[in-house]
Ligand binder design. Structure first.
Ligand SMILES: NC(=O)c1ccc[n+]([C@@H]2O[C@H](COP(=O)([O-])OP(=O)(O)OC[C@H]3O[C@@H](n4cnc5c(N)ncnc54)[C@H](OP(=O)(O)O)[C@@H]3O)[C@@H](O)[C@H]2O)c1
Length: 326
């Protein structure tokens, strides 16, 4: 097995697709996988589970994407561990962490609506803090969802207009009007707009947007009503969906496809592409028409900087000489 000469950070590595992706990356050899998530006990359990499989323990990082303070601390911690040589050079970031919030609207400690705050703003800020730590060539994967596309899986709850301030700081009336699913699909559209804008602003990076496809058996719908969770878990319902041509993926298939975007270097020579897991395969496909709106993406980027307190940086900040590149 190759020596672990490169670091990849996987956010949301304690459950579902992130845990599978992290385990597959760790088993692939050559990568030190930094498991990042909000709950230290779950992080320890994830590290232990992967260690049982591959005989090596992954390092962990506490990162709560619902807290600007926690994200900034995590960014500083990454810089310290990379600078000290405790971690090998940083070559990849998998922005996988995400949630759906069903039921009454919730807010982060900073006052942002929770879904948009975690899925988009938290991911945006963490990526900005990590950018200067990369050694080229580096890859960023942003996990999106086919539900962002009203012409695809997003028919049920098409996303809202992308106005970062209104989405981050909705009034109580808006909060009552909006379903958890609409907040989710909107945050996933924001993820794709962010991925494409990151690719435009940082041509030295290889950015991939990734849709795992409908993948039951993760923790994503944990706050959905019991009836919905029951239906999604039902073998009969899954069979009917299959007969209707709706292909459900497995956690292993989609998690491994996510990992391949890093260790197999799928599409590293391209940037700003959108991939989807289909069964165990990884296919490149177009995302929604709106996701290619560059003016909308640039506005979202600027508004997100304002909301998270990011100081605008020159477009190319990846440090090729940060370490002796491996
Ligand atoms: N499953 C699907 O059908 C599907 C389809 C399309 C896209 N996706 C996307 O795939 C990604 C992974 O979802 P999943 O299905 O694997 O769900 P999951 O099992 O619930 O995993 C989500 C991960 O994100 C973490 N997370 C949640 N809130 C966080 C926060 N505030 N700070 C840091 N980490 C946080 C969770 O940590 P905790 O365990 O501590 O909550 C968990 O590790 C998400 O971005 C989701 O939108 C999933």
């Amino acid at each position: 097995m190759a020596a672990e000469t490169r670091t990849v950070i996987v956010t949301g590595a304690t459950s579902g697709l992130g845990l599978r992706c992290a385990g597959t990356l760790a088993a692939s050899g050559g990568w030190t996988v930094l498991l990042a998530a909000r709950d230290p006990a779950k992080l320890a359990a994830a590290a232990e589970r992967i260690e049982m499989d591959i005989g090596r323990r992954c390092p962990t990082l506490k990162l709560d994407l619902a807290s600007l303070t926690s994200i900034r601390k995590a960014g500083e911690e990454c810089a310290r561990r990379l600078d000290s040589g405790e971690l090998p050079p940083l070559r990849a970031l998998v922005n996988n962490a995400g949630l759906q919030v069903h039921g009454p609207m919730q807010r982060t400690g900073d006052g942002f609506e929770l879904t948009f705050g975690v899925n988009h703003l938290g991911t945006f800020l963490f990526t900005q803090l990590v950018l200067p730590l990369f050694v080229s060539p580096a890859r960023v994967v942003v996990v999106t969802s086919g539900t962002h596309d009203p012409a695809d899986d997003g028919r049920i709850a098409p996303p809202l207009a992308i106005d970062a301030t209104a989405l981050a700081l909705p009034g109580e009336d808006d909060a009552r009007r909006l379903s958890g699913m609409k907040r989710y699909t909107t945050s996933k559209l924001a993820n794709i707009l962010f991925a494409y804008e990151l690719a435009r602003r940082h041509p030295e990076l290889s950015v991939a947007a990734f849709d795992p496809g409908p993948t039951p058996d993760t923790g994503l719908v944990r706050t959905a009503p019991a009836l919905v969770r029951g239906l999604l878990a039902s073998t009969m319902v899954r069979r009917v969906l299959g007969l209707a041509g709706i292909q459900l993926n497995t956690v292993a298939g989609s998690g491994d496809a996510m990992a391949r975007l890093v260790f197999d270097e799928v599409g590293w020579s391209a940037s700003g592409r959108h991939y989807q897991a289909k069964g165990g395969r990884l296919v490149e496909r177009r995302s929604s028409a709106l996701s290619y709106d560059a003016a909308l993406a640039a506005k979202l980027w600027g508004d997100s900087e304002g909301l998270t307190g990011v100081v605008p940086q020159p477009t190319s900040s990846v440090g090729p000489d940060r370490h002796d590149a491996a």
